[in-house]
Design a protein around this ligand. Structure first.
Ligand code: ATP
Ligand code: MG
Ligand code: MG
Length: 377
């Protein structure tokens, strides 16, 4: 029990706070701007993460600490961990902040990845082009999300240009062979302080412009492969000493091989379907583990889907968004953001149905309605 401090007041912090409060846990959110997560929590501290007085005030109010985003300063998190336990542990956070570190870790634990290499200099670009080949993707190793800081490249000239435009030499970059994947999936894994580990059904993900568009769960895929994906998530959770929830993203290539892509040390957008589709949800599970409670084997309620609602669809107002509730099995999650910006996640809709195909029909219906309600898109 006790009070859980959440670093970060975006939608993930908000959903953590809501899940915690439903179980009677107290939550304090720390964010430079306290809304909307601050409204979902018991209390909010609205000052920057560098403000040591705000930090002291925060720590005084909480017994356990978690974070909703991985781009929080790891030194700050290590310092907090000296006085209040932080979950997932700082070392796991540190690994997940850098694509090279996380892929190295996955390989060390026996998982497969697409061929990759670090780019520090132009000669690294030439070497990667020769040894790994094209098509490829060059990414910033740190700080990227929603496909930001990535450039697909198909030749050495393009790779050298991408090295420049992504500020290679100043920032760590990674060169990855582009996977002609058959399917993109993710899995949420939860682990408690006693080491009990559980996984959620594998989720199939579809992106648009580098941003998660919709997810289907359970992924309509071979059951043996899905089991393997979940096993790999368990391996990573144990190897990284996870406490809380983390998500892992994989490609399934055309030969049916499972290739680790990246991980997130927290509940994940692709796991939002668990709010209605599984019991407990990824957020409830996370808060249980952070509070020192055991995790429990999640039960799938119904086949599910999730579709993200993006700012560009609501530039001319969102007063009609409730219409998505006309879709059978739909639940609306609106984050209460005050500013609608293109490419910004402003809400999501989950769908439960008797089959995953039917859930996917719901995704299409929601997309149609969202297009219909917005005069701007
Ligand atoms: P997220 O928003 O999930 O954190 P991200 O910006 O951290 O995303 P990735 O997940 O690595 O970046 O890449 C975004 C998407 O780009 C992937 O989900 C996938 O569709 C595509 N992609 C990334 N790397 C590769 C690759 N090596 N081969 C093929 N497609 C890729
Ligand atoms: Mg990412
Ligand atoms: Mg990703």
């Amino acid at each position: 029990g006790g009070t859980i401090g959440i670093m970060g007041g975006g939608q993930l912090g908000r959903m953590m706070a809501l899940a915690g409060r439903a179980m009677g846990l107290h939550t304090v959110v720390w964010d430079p701007s306290p809304r909307p997560a601050g409204e979902a929590a018991d209390a909010a501290i609205a000052r920057s993460f560098d403000n040591s007085q705000a930090l002291a005030e925060f720590l005084e109010q909480v017994q356990h600490v978690t974070y909703e985003f991985e781009n929080v300063n790891v030194e700050t998190v290590r310092a907090i961990n000296e006085v209040r336990p932080v979950f997932p542990p700082p070392e796991l956070l540190y690994i997940s902040q850098n694509r090279l570190r996380e892929k190295d870790t996955a390989r060390r634990l026996g998982l497969l990845t697409t061929p990759y290499g670090a780019l520090d200099t132009e000669s690294d670009v030439r070497r990667a082009a020769a040894e790994i080949g094209f098509p490829a993707i060059i990414k910033t190793a740190e700080g990227g999300y929603d496909g930001k800081g990535q450039e697909p490249v198909s030749s050495l000239d393009e790779a050298l240009a991408a090295f420049k435009s992504l500020q290679g030499g100043t920032r760590p970059l990674i060169f990855e062979q582009r996977v002609a994947f058959e399917r993109e999936v993710s899995v949420v894994v939860a682990r408690d302080q006693a080491g009990l580990t559980v996984t959620y059904p594998v989720t199939e993900n579809h992106h648009a412009h580098g941003i998660l568009d919709y997810s289907l769960a359970p992924a309509p895929m071979d059951e043996t492969l899905a089991f393997e994906v979940r096993q790999q998530a368990r391996t990573m959770a144990a190897g990284l000493d996870l406490v809380g929830v983390m998500a892992l993203e994989f490609f399934i290539d055309q030969d049916g091989r499972v290739l680790f892509n990246e991980m997130a040390p927290r509940p994940h957008n692709s796991g939002h379907w668990t709010i209605e589709g599984a019991t407990p949800s990824q957020f409830t599970q996370h808060m249980r583990a952070v509070a020192g409670w055991p995790v429990v084997e999640p039960r799938l309620m119904l086949p599910s889907a999730m579709v993200n609602l993006m700012g560009e669809s609501f530039m001319n107002g969102y007063q009609d968004v409730y219409r998505v509730l006309n879709v059978p099995g739909a639940a609306l999650h609106w984050y209460g953001k005050t500013e609608m910006r293109p490419g910004r996640k402003v809400g999501h809709v989950t769908l439960v149905a008797n089959t995953v195909e039917e859930a996917f029909d719901g995704v299409k219906a929601v997309k149609q309605l969202v297009r219909g309600t917005s005069s701007g898109a």
